[in-house]
Design a protein around this ligand. Structure first.
Ligand code: ADP
Length: 272
């Protein structure tokens, strides 16, 4: 059974988290309400030209989207939804997200993508992969308040026995690597061992939930993948995620419906 102290600590954490999220959520609602109010006043004043409405409408929409993302994040963590892994092209996942990422990091941060040629398909839950990419890029941005560079890289990667013996916790084999690196503040040596803990954050209340890396770590472990962080204080940080290569014996499209996984590979994706 949990000690009373631990229970109390957990309650305290949940309380801090709730306060932080309520604060964030409130800020976003203020943006949405303020901009909708602007639109209404302009319409009432007969200033309903598209040029005078587009901007507040866009800002309100953006605020509402961020509020929705915040709720999603919390719900995802609370539910720990079962994963729905399937064949996935990481290069396409990164490319599909690039516009959103550029907007997320702002003008002071430059994003470079280095997409591996002939990249193996991965076997993972696409929405969790998207979530991981966004979270890693947001962390990288937050580590560079004065601007800097983010590099998003994909590559085929074989983890051999030597690697596994040294860094453990994963089976030797073929993986598809996704790396997000930044030129930011880096992570202090005493902080590094804690960053996967749920609710651990060094960001001010209302800014960080401490759930990003905890969710990513959980997702990667559940996917039978591997995650490593390289960081040098004052230099920057690189987070590398290794997802298993999709190795179904038969092409997905022609795999007959069956609960039995094909020999020697990951199970094919289930419908839905
Ligand atoms: P949050 O971003 O809400 O704080 P995370 O779990 O994503 O939660 O990150 C936990 C902590 O790890 C951060 O508060 C920060 O101290 C550290 N961290 C994560 N990514 C980076 C990075 N790219 N550079 C520096 N520190 C980082």
């Amino acid at each position: 059974a949990e000690s009373l102290l631990l229970q109390t600590q957990k309650l305290e954490l949940v309380g801090q988290l709730t306060a932080g999220i309520a604060h964030d959520f409130n800020n976003l609602l203020t943006i949405v309400i303020g901009n909708l109010d602007t639109i209404r006043r302009r319409v009432e004043a007969g200033q309903a030209e598209p040029g005078r409405l587009a901007r507040p409408a866009e800002t309100a929409l953006e605020g509402a989207r961020r509020a929705a993302a915040l709720t999603q994040k919390l719900l995802a963590f609370a539910r720990r939804q079962p994963l729905a892994p399937r064949q996935l092209d990481l290069n396409r996942a990164v490319a599909a997200m690039s516009d959103v990422l550029v907007r997320t990091v702002g003008e002071a941060v430059k994003i470079e993508t280095v997409l591996g040629a002939g990249l193996w398909p991965a076997f993972a839950d696409p929405s969790q992969v998207d979530n991981a990419i966004v979270n890693l890029v947001v962390n990288a941005r937050d580590a560079m308040p004065a601007g800097g560079h983010i590099t998003i890289e994909t590559a085929n990667s074989s983890l051999d026995e030597h690697y596994v013996a040294q860094f453990g916790d994963v089976a030797p084999g073929q993986y598809v690597m996704l790396s997000v690196s930044d030129t930011g503040v880096g992570i202090a040596k005493d902080v590094l061992p804690r960053i996967f803990e749920p609710f651990f954050t060094t960001k001010e209340v209302g800014k960080g939930t401490g759930l990003g890396l905890a969710m990513i770590h959980g997702f990667v472990k559940q996917s039978k993948g591997h995650i490593r962080i390289y960081s040098e204080p004052g230099q920057g940080t690189a987070v590398k995620i290794y997802l298993p290569r999709m190795t179904a014996a038969a092409p997905l499209a022609t795999t007959p419906a069956s609960d039995a996984p094909p020999a020697g590979g990951a199970p094919p994706a289930k419908a839905g």
